[in-house]
Ligand binder design. Sequence first.
Ligand SMILES: Nc1ncnc2c1ncn2[C@@H]1O[C@H](COP(=O)(O)OP(=O)(O)OP(=O)(O)O)[C@@H](O)[C@H]1O
Length: 295
Amino acid sequence: MELRLQNLSKTYPNGVRALQGVSLTIPNGMFGLLGPNGAGKSTLMRTIATLQEPDSGSITLGELDVLRQKDEVRRVLGYLPQEFGLYPGISAEVLLDYFAGLKGLRDGPARRAAVESLLHQTNLWSARKKAVGGYSGGMKQRFGIAVALLGAPQLIIVDEPTAGLDPTERNRFLDLLSEIGENVVVILSTHIVEDVTELCPQMAIIAGGEVVATGSPSDVIGEIKGKVYRTKTEKAALAQLRQQYEVISSKLVAGQPVVRVFSEEPINKVFQPVEATLEDVYFYRLAQRERAVVA
Ligand SMILES: Nc1ncnc2c1ncn2[C@@H]1O[C@H](COP(=O)(O)OP(=O)(O)OP(=O)(O)O)[C@@H](O)[C@H]1O
């Protein structure tokens, strides 16, 4: 199965250009879609999930034309939106069974087995009789993925699932995602760089509605490999550094700014060369785009 997006564009009635000629080829396995708030990730996810129309462009999933064969796509789609409502007073077990019915699974032993298996897989078995309204954020997200996995989907879309989760719940959720399998397309939209580094063999960075980098994380990092330098500095010197160098990021470490810069030329006299990371590419690409928009 392969998901192909070609030249997708979307401008909202208020003039916001949420997608601008997005083209991506997404193979089986985990695909990370990384971008800051407002980059257009949710617009793209909702469009692929057949919930909204682009102005132009095309999407195919294997042989299916996603924008025309919506019912067929929905049968093989599992979608965990950024925000979803639950019936708070109902237990996970009853609610999941209800969603299984909506998904077209007929009542009977097979449906009960599917529900049981998903409750185990998402580690909610012991809490299955509790009302979902009393679940923690992480439990709710795991319940959401159980719903998304009903009916063995071929295309799974999860939109910013780890935002707001504590580190334990985040790891638990990511482990769950990585177990889903290599024979389905899983798109993980996120603004958290480590989610992608740790999990996704293929990825894209999206900013301002445009794809600014795509490939494997190591391909993407390869673009700036050997060109990242680091130094510790003083707060007062930061502004000047920013004028002199292409600063990728600056972080306070124990109260002192640690700055990472991009440079085509060796600058080891002032800075220490360091291994480029996906976070470097991410910030570098975002800064580049911002400069292009300002210019
Ligand atoms: N229904 C809408 N009407 C008008 N503008 C919208 C609408 N939905 C999104 N936008 C705008 O389109 C741009 C892209 O939004 P989108 O939600 O797709 O981004 P995102 O990458 O998912 O960000 P976030 O993480 O904040 O949800 C933003 O500028 C947003 O304000």
